[in-house]
Design a protein around this ligand. Structure first.
Ligand SMILES: C[S@@+](CC[C@H](N)C(=O)[O-])C[C@H]1O[C@@H](n2cnc3c(N)ncnc32)[C@H](O)[C@@H]1O
Length: 208
């Protein structure tokens, strides 16, 4: 079983809009601005492929996800997507910009192998993690119930792994910086971290 948003693409898109409201557009506009033009974009854990709709038409989009309903929906739309485990590192296509949005807190504790291997396939890596949308107080039993029915229960990763994820913006920023992010920005309800492959770890925190 999986939570309702992961059962159908329409449910997922609706859930995301309710959770993020107007900051959802801002999120994908900022990511696509960071991506720019004429680039091969590889999204790990692409979900319903919202990012692809915001990309400049000159970009080539490739997405991987293990959710069959999402991949079927994206294939019908003509997107270049594959039903594939994002931990299948050896199959990563060479790309200019890799994007991992809303995925690290799903795959914890394997998030850093994912980031490191994504960096090997790309020049620029954009990692986005939500904080405000999930950062509300709930007693533990309710949090687990919420997770399984409406939350992050993607049918792939167990609740016990993500239960202790730190959703605070400060925690997330420090976390990304400690792993060599070049730039960390708080935007809307997200923290966005930019990594470059082969660059020195010169880091800056942007508090806009
Ligand atoms: C919160 S959604 C994010 C979707 C998308 N990136 C977005 O911006 O809306 C997390 C996605 O990661 C996918 N996922 C989780 N673990 C995965 C794995 N091991 N391999 C492939 N996809 C995975 C889930 O199926 C889900 O679609």
């Amino acid at each position: 079983m999986r939570a309702i948003p992961y059962m159908h693409p329409t449910a997922y898109n609706f859930y995301l809009r309710v959770l993020h409201r107007s900051s959802l557009r801002e999120r994908y506009k900022i990511i696509s601005g960071e991506i720019g033009c004429n680039n091969i974009v590889f999204e790990l854990g692409c979900g319903t492929g919202i990012l692809a709709e915001y990309l400049d038409k000159s970009c080539d989009y490739i997405g991987w996800d293990l959710n069959q309903a999402f991949i079927r929906y994206l294939k019908k739309k003509g997107r270049k997507v594959e039903l594939r485990d994002i931990f299948d590192f050896s199959g990563y296509p060479r790309n200019h910009v890799c994007v991992i949005t809303d995925v690290l807190h799903h795959v914890v504790p394997k998030e850093w192998p994912l980031v490191r291997n994504a960096l090997k396939s790309t020049e620029k890596l954009i990692v986005v993690e939500p904080y405000k949308a999930f950062n509300f107080p709930l007693p533990n039993f309710l949090r687990k119930y919420y997770d399984s029915v409406l939350g992050d229960n993607d049918g792939i990763n167990p609740y016990r792994n993500r239960v202790n994820w730190d959703y605070s913006p400060e925690g997330l920023k420090k976390y990304f910086m400690s792993f060599g992010a070049h730039k960390v920005t708080e935007v809307g309800k997200d923290v966005i971290a930019i990594f470059y492959s082969g660059k020195d770890n010169v880091s800056e925190i942007d508090n806009q």
